[in-house]
Design a protein around this ligand. Structure first.
Ligand SMILES: Cc1cc2nc3c(=O)[nH]c(=O)nc-3n(C[C@H](O)[C@H](O)[C@H](O)COP(=O)(O)OP(=O)(O)OC[C@H]3O[C@@H](n4cnc5c(N)ncnc54)[C@H](O)[C@@H]3O)c2cc1C
Length: 405
């Protein structure tokens, strides 16, 4: 082995929230290499960073890394609803700051983070170790030998594809966002819009902690052939539409774009000593494509289980990771995917009806749908809150009928 080869216990491909979270909980003495093809952690921005107060608190994310939103509004072509989310507060993460913080969680460990370095291919040797080709800008190393590989490469599925274990997903959520100075726009309002301008997808607007406002459009391809950038251009050039959304966008925008898988959840996460996590394991919610909190939580769990596997050379801890992910996600994601595929076919009139329904149902139902949670109790609550207005109206009519005289 020459000096251009790195030897480690675990190779993590991808320095996104999933890969970094795995590294953060691996034992300090487990030798780890993270290869990340971008020049900097967290940049360029490829995500919106929307999540929930209850999750950032639970995950111990410092409050300097997110901004709470106080007002939530939903628009379709003909309807508009200011929706109540009860005690559930949406927050917008400062993702470059958050991802750098996640990277720092493993700074003290026996870990090498190689930026501007791309994983190219891998093969399993006769001794069971993986020999992976990498390409970095400074060309210091070109090979990593490891016992385990974690595929945290997002929608690229880089390791799984290199080993022929899975194909890159064919159905993808593709998004583009423009970021403007906040100007006179509200600093704590988040809104989503549906309808003919964003068919097979949706649009969103929110303010950030950096005094900017972001407007974005995401669509599912190939359900539509429209590009999110073209749709977004059409939205921002329609001044009447922007006025209806209550927006005034000024200045030259910074452009962000990103991709995530939009396919049915596949519970297989462990392939011998190759394990997938994050978007390459389809962890984002099928309803609105919210993945960061899931990547952090389950990534941290993988770090703990993988640490046990490295120390004991046993497979049980990895099976436990797979089982616990299945338990956490499979049911919700099955129903979430049903919602996803139906909503992708909604007509503008169906979106109008859906926004009208949002005005009638309670916060629990809206939050459960946004969060992609469909447990039996939550489903019962959703159904109950949907039928409640009809039951009340029925009761009123009955009372009127039996009124004496
Ligand atoms: C437009 C858009 C909006 C979104 N909005 C939200 C939101 O509001 N809230 C939310 O929670 N989630 C959101 N998501 C989803 C969220 O961004 C993802 O679920 C999350 O980023 C997945 O993290 P990850 O670490 O698995 O993958 P990624 O964040 O994709 O990170 C993987 C990293 O691996 C690197 N990589 C890939 N291939 C290689 C290779 N061969 N070698 C080395 N490095 C490689 C990539 O450059 C990338 O940086 C959004 C996604 C998109 C696309």
């Amino acid at each position: 082995m020459d000096e251009r080869t790195l030897v480690c216990d675990v190779l993590i491909v991808g320095g996104g929230p999933a890969g970094l979270s795995v590294a953060s909980t691996l034992p300090d003495d487990v030798t780890t290499v993270i290869v990340h093809q971008d020049r900097e952690i967290g940049l360029p921005v490829r995500t919106s960073g929307g999540t929930w107060m209850q999750d950032v608190t639970r995950l111990g994310i410092p409050d300097t890394m997110y901004k709470p939103m106080r007002v939530t509004e939903v628009f379709s072509d003909k309807e508009h609803a200011a929706v109540s989310l009860g005690d559930t507060i949406p927050v917008i993460l400062d993702t470059p700051k958050l991802y750098k913080w996640l990277a720092q969680q493993s700074d003290h460990k026996d870990r090498k983070l190689l930026l501007s370095t791309k994983f190219l291919s891998t093969r399993q040797r006769e001794d069971g170790l993986y020999e992976s080709r990498i390409r970095g800008r400074d060309a210091t190393y070109d090979c990593v030998v490891s016992r385990y590989i974690v595929d945290g490469s997002g929608w690229h599925f880089a390791v799984l594809e290199a080993l022929g274990l899975a194909q890159k997903p064919e159905r993808l959520a593709v998004g583009t966002e423009y970021e403007y100075p906040l100007g006179q726009n509200s600093a704590d309002r988040v809104l989503v819009f549906f309808g003919k301008k964003v068919l097979a997808g949706y649009g969103w607007v929110f303010a950030t902690a950096q005094n900017t406002i972001r407007i974005g459009v995401g669509v599912i391809q190939p359900d539509t052939e429209n590009s999110p950038r073209d749709l977004l251009e059409a939205v921002i050039s329609d001044k009447r539409y922007l006025k209806r959304l209550g927006l005034k966008l000024e200045g030259e925008p910074v452009v962000h774009s990103g991709i995530l898988p939009s396919v049915a959840y596949d519970a297989r996460l462990v392939f011998g000593n190759v394990i997938r996590v994050g978007d390459s394991a389809n962890f984002a919610t099928p309803t609105i494509g919210e993945g960061i909190r899931v990547c952090i939580e389950l990534g941290r769990m993988l770090g703990v289980q993988l640490g046990r596997a490295v120390k004991t050379r046993r497979h049980g801890p990895l099976r436990s990771y797979e089982r616990r992910c299945r338990r956490a996600l499979k049911h919700d994601y099955k129903w979430g995917f049903v919602v996803n595929t139906r909503a992708a076919r909604y007509t503008p009139a169906q979106w109008d009806a859906a926004v009208r329904r949002m005005q009638q149902v309670g916060p629990d139902a809206i939050v459960a749908t946004f969060r992609g949670e469909f447990s039996r109790v939550k489903m019962a609550k959703i159904i109950l809150s949907m039928v409640k207005p009809f039951l009340r109206a029925r009761l009123r009519r009955l009372k009127a009928q039996i009124k004496p005289g």
